[in-house]
Write a protein that binds this ligand. Structure first.
Ligand code: SF4
Length: 180
């Protein structure tokens, strides 16, 4: 059976590869056991999107399933404005544009292209302060970095983890469950 990388997990892997492992293990447990408030709020935002609460306007496609055979990716988009061809990913509150956010958008972008949708622009939308952050479409250099990330995930050895940044562990939602 073909296996796909879930787009939502790119961010976890960039944050810490071991968190990706823990994410998979605890996927079926009650999220409240390990999710912090911010993650719970983010999840509620996405559940609303999945149920189509964002807008009834037909130009907005929300929560549709996407995939890329080329990169072995699967997931869902948040919102696609089919008139203006803008891909939008909403977050509860954006304090910083993390690489993980950017690569999540790139992944959605590549999936949409492969599925025949044109994307002219992409942005992150911070809901709490209603700010939009425009993200450039990936140039050659960014495509290379994105492809390297996909390769790294595909070849990652979970038995060989080196914890690089102890500060991250302090803010990590998996901290109580992590052996590192
Ligand atoms: S506690 Fe540290 S090592 Fe463990 S998953 Fe979180 S960031 Fe990674």
């Amino acid at each position: 059976m073909e296996s796909y990388i879930q787009i939502s997990k790119l961010n976890d892997f960039i944050f810490c590869p071991h968190s990706l492992y823990l994410h998979s293990i605890y996927d079926n447990f009650n999220a409240k056991i390990y999710h912090g408030d911010a993650q719970i709020r983010g999840k509620i935002v996405h559940e609303c999107i999945d149920e189509g609460y964002y807008s009834t306007a037909k130009k907005y496609l929300s929560g549709i399933e996407i995939y890329s055979q080329k990169y072995g990716l699967a997931g869902k988009i948040d919102i696609y404005d089919s008139e203006l061809m803008i891909l939008i990913e909403r977050k509860n509150k954006i304090k910083k544009i993390y690489d993980g956010y950017k690569y999540q958008l790139y992944a959605q972008y590549f999936c949409l292209l492969e599925m025949g949708f044109l994307v002219k622009k992409m942005c992150l939308h911070s809901l709490k302060d209603n700010k939009r952050y425009w993200i450039s479409l990936p140039d050659k250099n960014e495509v290379r970095k994105f492809e390297k990330l996909i390769e790294d995930i595909g070849s990652f050895d979970f038995h060989n983890i080196v914890r690089k940044n102890k500060d991250k562990c302090k803010n990590c939602i998996y901290n109580p469950l992590c052996i590192y």
